[in-house]
Ligand binder design. Structure first.
Ligand code: UDP
Length: 235
C-alpha cells in the first residue's frame, strides 16, 4: 500500500522489493515509470495540479529526500529509509547485467551521457548500453526514433524535474523500453563531472547539509523542509 503526503503518493518499497517488482513487470512487458519524490516536489504540487497528477501517475514514487522519511515517521507510516534516484538507477543497472537487459541514457549536456555510459561500464562490467542521446535534442521524432532504433529495455532520462517526468508520460506508450526512470543530475555524477557527498554524510542522511555547505544559495530551497513537515503534521 502506498503512503500519501499532502496529496502525493509515495511507495514504501525498498530497493530489493522495487527491483523484483520492476523486473517481473518487465518480463510481462508491462511498463513501469519511476519518479523520485522529495518535499520540494510535494510542496510544488500543492499549487500545481498538473504536477500532482503527473507524480501520482508514476507506478513507483520512491522516497528520495530525508523529509519524506520524517513525514512517514510522524504519521506512523512504514517508510524507514531513503531510496534515492541515483542509487535506484545503479541498482537497476546492476540487475540489468544479470538479466541481460539493455539500457539507454537520454539527457544532460552533449558528451555527458557518453561519459556516464563509460562510468556505468566500469562499475558494471558486461552492462549493455544500447545508446545515448543528449538532453538538448528537443525534436520528439528524432528522440523517439533514436531510442526505438536502439531497442533498449530500460530508459533513464536526465533532464531535470519535472521536464523528464513530462517527457516520460507523454511518450512512454510509443517507446520501446518498459522501465522508465527520471534521474535528474545523475549522468553528471556518473560522468565524474559532479561529486556526491562523502559516504559518511550520505549514511547519516546529511547529504542535504553537505550540499548546503558547498552551495549556500540552496538554503532557500531547503527552507521548504520545515514548512513541509508542519503541513504534514497539521493534516
Ligand atoms: N538538462 C537537459 N536538458 C535540458 C535541461 C537540463 O538534459 O533541457 C540536464 C542538465 O544538463 C542536467 C540535468 O538535466 O544534467 C538536471 O540536473 P539537476 O541536478 O538540475 O536535476 P534535479 O535532479 O535537481 O531535477
Amino acid at each position: 500500500m502506498k503512503e500519501n503526503y499532502l496529496g502525493v503518493d509515495v511507495s514504501p518499497l525498498n530497493y530489493d522489493e522495487l527491483i523484483n517488482a520492476l523486473y517481473n513487470r518487465l518480463e510481462e512487458q508491462q511498463n513501469s515509470f519511476i519518479v523520485a519524490i522529495n518535499p520540494e516536489k510535494i510542496m510544488k504540487a500543492q499549487q500545481d495540479t498538473a504536477l500532482r497528477n503527473l507524480l501520482n501517475r508514476a507506478d513507483f514514487q520512491i522516497p528520495d529526500g530525508i523529509g519524506v522519511i520524517l513525514a512517514s515517521r510522524l504519521k506512523g507510516g512504514r517508510i524507514k529509509s531513503r531510496v534515492t534516484g541515483i542509487d535506484m538507477m545503479m541498482r537497476i543497472s546492476e540487475e540489468s547485467v544479470k538479466r541481460q537487459k539493455s539500457v539507454f541514457l537520454f539527457g544532460a549536456k552533449p558528451g555527458v551521457a557518453e561519459e556516464a555510459k563509460a562510468g556505468l561500464e566500469r562499475l558494471y562490467p558486461g552492462i549493455q548500453i544500447a545508446g545515448t542521446l543528449n538532453g538538448y535534442e528537443k525534436d520528439p521524432e528524432v528522440i523517439k526514433q533514436t531510442i526505438n532504433d536502439a531497442k533498449p529495455d530500460i530508459l533513464f532520462v536526465a533532464m531535470g524535474s519535472p521536464a523528464q517526468e513530462y517527457f516520460i508520460v507523454d511518450h512512454m506508450q510509443e517507446l520501446y523500453p518498459h522501465i522508465f526512470q527520471g534521474v535528474g543530475g545523475s549522468f553528471d555524477v556518473l560522468s565524474g563531472r559532479i561529486k556526491r557527498a562523502p559516504e559518511g554524510f550520505q549514511r547519516l542522511g546529511l547529504e542535504w547539509f553537505y550540499r548546503l555547505l558547498k552551495e549556500p544559495k540552496r538554503i532557500k530551497r531547503q527552507m521548504i523542509l520545515p514548512k513541509f513537515l508542519l503541513s504534514v503534521l497539521k493534516k
